[in-house]
Design a protein around this ligand. Structure first.
Ligand SMILES: NC(=O)C1=CN([C@@H]2O[C@H](COP(=O)(O)OP(=O)(O)OC[C@H]3O[C@@H](n4cnc5c(N)ncnc54)[C@H](O)[C@@H]3O)[C@@H](O)[C@H]2O)C=CC1
Ligand SMILES: Nc1nc(O)c(N)c(N[C@@H]2O[C@H](COP(=O)(O)O)[C@@H](O)[C@H]2O)n1
Length: 227
């Protein structure tokens, strides 16, 4: 394959929301699911999020467990996977947590229309990759990441990036932890936002497993393609 193996991991409420209508992060996962997520991070070559998630949550995207970080080191890797932000207009704040916490390469993927001055500042903190005229070209980026040696890519949302990746046919598997709460709100981000598929374009899935974790359920899906 000329791109990495790509999976999305997300936690959503029982009504399919990723966060509240104010885009405020909610604790959907319990301790065990956060551990599972940390293990996925530790096994991945890279983690990707959209700029919306950075602006809303300011995540560090680091591996949390000292044992997992040590295991990565022992295997000759950096403590953290490569951390990638999809950021067409180069809006990533220079004091974002992703720059402050943990070691390892950061990549900011921007479009050709991102402001040059901001790109220059970001280049002091990260590798900046330019693709696409006004919006990051995700398929082109995926090929570049593979060429850099990234074989396994974990996408951690949010709703718009999930749509971008799924609609471009770039996702192999989807892992959704469904937690024991209702968030509601027609403007609250769902697992997949974006413009949505028409009936003729619907994406078919194969259920790989369903596992009860604490008071929620983890669903693992394989993307089968057009339904
Ligand atoms: N519960 C969970 O597992 C997670 C929840 N979230 C929540 O999701 C929300 C953020 O989601 P969104 O606002 O949808 O932002 P997002 O994180 O999906 O970022 C979207 C942005 O990515 C950029 N982008 C650039 N090129 C793109 C392309 N080709 N395709 C798609 N996007 C492209 C655009 O600027 C777009 O606005 C936050 O409220 C956050 O808390 C985020 C991650 C995980
Ligand atoms: N898997 C999962 N479960 C939840 O309950 C969540 N609220 C999230 N949120 C996402 O996790 C990221 C935080 O990363 P750091 O702890 O800062 O490394 C961030 O992207 C949230 O949106 N995920």
């Amino acid at each position: 394959m000329d791109r990495p193996f790509i999976f999305i991991n997300s936690a959503m409420s029982a009504d399919g929301k990723l966060s509240t209508k104010e885009r405020k992060q909610v604790k959907i996962s319990g301790k065990l699911d956060f551990e599972r997520m940390d293990e996925l991070r530790a096994q991945a070559d890279a983690i990707m999020v959209g700029i919306g998630t950075v602006l809303a949550d300011d995540p560090s995207l680091t591996v949390k467990s000292p044992e997992r970080k040590a295991a990565r080191k022992a295997a000759g890797k950096s403590e953290n996977p490569v951390r990638i932000i999809i950021d067409s207009a180069a809006r990533t704040p220079l004091d974002a947590d992703i720059f402050k916490k943990g070691e390892g390469l950061r990549i900011i993927a921007v479009s050709n229309s991102a402001p040059a001055e901001k790109i220059k500042s970001l280049e002091e903190k990260a590798r900046v990759i330019k693709t696409g005229d006004f919006k990051v070209n995700l398929p082109e980026l995926a090929v570049l990441l593979k060429e850099m040696g990234i074989n396994t890519l974990m996408v951690e949302g949010g709703a718009t990036l999930n749509w971008g990746m799924l609609s471009a046919g770039l996702v192999d598997e989807v892992y959704t932890f469904v937690g024991n709460l209702i968030i509601g709100g027609k403007t609250a981000p769902t697992f997949t936002d974006g413009e949505g598929f028409t009936e003729a374009e619907l994406l078919g899935l194969e259920l790989l497993s369903a596992e009860k974790i604490e008071d929620g359920i983890l669903l693992k899906w394989k993307i089968k393609g057009k339904k």
